[in-house]
Design a protein around this ligand. Structure first.
Ligand SMILES: Cc1cc2nc3c(=O)[nH]c(=O)nc-3n(C[C@H](O)[C@H](O)[C@H](O)COP(=O)(O)OP(=O)(O)OC[C@H]3O[C@@H](n4cnc5c(N)ncnc54)[C@H](O)[C@@H]3O)c2cc1C
Length: 455
């Protein structure tokens, strides 16, 4: 019988981070990605919150991450005509409260780094592999790709994004077929990167608030990251690919709305390097796993990116799943024999869902609330956001009361020590992972888990 092996469908951020976590746990895996290659220029910003920085530390990725992330300190809130009405040190406070900083990456660079540093990448990361079918039986799975290739393993992780094929295939076998409609779109996002315009202030995150829209612009080391949210007349569950004309119409509509006191949408658009327009779905499907298949990342918890929690939740889910799988394999001692029953796997999946679903729900809800407040969805939100928040230093107040508790709940690999542990006054619910305390260790030694920062 071949050893226990996980087949990860999707080589986006969640699939890659799952690969890193499994590698640390010494669990074999492959990643099947439908794209032929990764475009390092593609994507806007992708920020990590301190709970994810802890995991990057455990995965030995921190040093390299430090070279490519941009620090953010302040947030400047504006109205559409470019009037700045509130400056807060929100992002600096995140580091003060939690020890680790808020780190802003270029998505393309972050994915490239995760791919480059993937242990055993040459044998494990397969591109041009669009998964079209999954066959499961009591002893394992066989994943079939569009080119006819087949990959055998013990279980599947569906990390194939918001329109997950794995989710559809899983639900087809279950009684909840209608549930694939769990994702709903209220906002459309037009996002991308632009040249570092001269009057953009490094370390500042600009956010424009208005009726039915909001804009964000983060200033990175080598570019600006822009994001326009436009509220649809009514929410939809339909999918849509935007045409060039629709994108131009959106730019025209917001051309005079300001991203910063000095730059309007028109200015940023003229300086753009890369862009994309898409529905920003929100949702939390009821079913998270079936048979030997489990979902991960945007496939199972999708939120608006206003708070920057999407990938962070993918990281938390990958961590929790890895901890559970590793424990199962240690207890059953079958890692090398491969025969783990579907029932045993489902026990891990159920525990994982019980832990992660309430956390992800809070992240989806907080993101949804924030998106609607800054887009002045109603008069109450508008008054609070425009007039009360600045007087109370509301950004920092909301951070302390609503966001920090979610950060504090952050999960870590329970078998890998943290080499750069940090903590602030908002203490971690899971304390520092030290050599002597990690799961499965004896006499200060880590079993089955590496602790080096140089993998
Ligand atoms: C503008 C913007 C800004 C954001 N900013 C942040 C932020 O600051 N912080 C944060 O935490 N999150 C942020 N997010 C959210 C974050 O980008 C997502 O949560 C994250 O990309 C989800 O990763 P994923 O791997 O689950 O899905 P995806 O990124 O969608 O990746 C899925 C992968 O699966 C592949 N795939 C799909 N179908 C198949 C198939 N059948 N076979 C094989 N492969 C397949 C795809 O090609 C893709 O590579 C942002 C999102 C947007 C749009």
């Amino acid at each position: 019988m071949p050893p226990f092996k996980v087949i990860i469908v999707g080589g986006g951020p969640a699939g890659l981070i799952a690969g890193h976590c499994l590698a640390k746990a010494d669990i074999d895996f492959v990643i099947l990605e439908r794209r032929a290659s990764h475009d390092p220029l593609a994507g806007g910003s992708n920020a990590l919150w301190p709970q994810s920085v802890r995991v990057f530390d455990q995965l030995g990725l921190l040093e390299e991450a430090r070279k490519i992330y941009s620090p953010v300190n302040h947030k400047l809130s504006l109205t559409g005509d470019g009037t700045a009405y509130y400056k807060s040190d929100l992002f600096a406070q995140i580091e003060v409260l939690h020890g680790h900083p808020f780190t802003m990456f270029h998505r393309g660079e972050l994915i490239a780094m995760l791919e480059r540093r993937l242990p055993g990448r040459a044998e494990r990361f397969h591109t041009d592999k669009q998964v079209t079918a999954i066959e499961t039986d009591e002893s394992g799975v066989c994943v079939v790709c569009a080119d006819g290739s087949r990959f055998e393993g013990s279980m599947v992780i569906g990390a194939d994004g918001v329109h997950s094929t794995v989710r559809q295939m899983m639900l087809e076998k279950s009684s909840n077929k209608s549930e694939d409609n769990a994702m709903e779109t209220t906002y459309v996002g037009l996002y991308g990167t632009c040249s570092p315009l001269p009057k953009l202030e490094p370390g500042t995150f600009y956010e424009t608030h208005g009726s039915g829209y909001s804009l964000q612009l983060g200033v990175g080391q080598t570019c600006g990251y822009f994001l326009l949210y436009h509220r649809l007349p009514r929410p939809t569950r339909a999918r849509h690919q935007f045409t060039r004309d629709e994108i131009e119409a959106m730019v025209d509509k917001y051309a005079d709305i300001h991203f910063t006191p000095d730059y309007s949408m028109r200015d940023v658009w003229e300086a753009k390097r890369w862009h994309h327009m898409a529905h920003i779905e929100e949702g939390l499907p009821k079913t998270w796993y079936g048979e030997r298949v489990v979902l991960l990342g945007d496939a199972v918890h999708k939120m608006t990116p206003n708070v920057g929690f999407g990938f962070n939740n993918g990281i938390m889910s990958a961590v929790a799943l890895t901890n559970g799988l590793r424990k199962l394999l240690l207890v059953t001692n079958k890692k090398d024999e491969g025969i783990i029953s579907t029932q045993a796997l489902q026990g891990v999946f159920a525990d994982w869902e019980r832990l992660r679903k309430p956390q992800a729900k809070k992240a989806v809800e907080l993101s949804a609330l924030y998106s609607r407040v800054v887009a002045w969805d109603n008069l109450f939100y508008r008054v609070v956001d425009r007039y009360i928040t600045p007087r109370l230093d509301g950004d920092v107040l909301l951070l302390k009361t609503l966001t920090s508790p979610l950060v504090q709940e952050g999960l870590v690999l329970d078998f890998v020590a943290e080499t750069h542990f940090k903590e602030g006054p908002k203490r971690w619910k899971i304390p520092e992972m030290k050599l002597a305390t990690v799961a499965g260790s004896t006499d200060g030694e880590v079993k089955d888990g590496a602790v080096s920062d140089s993998q």
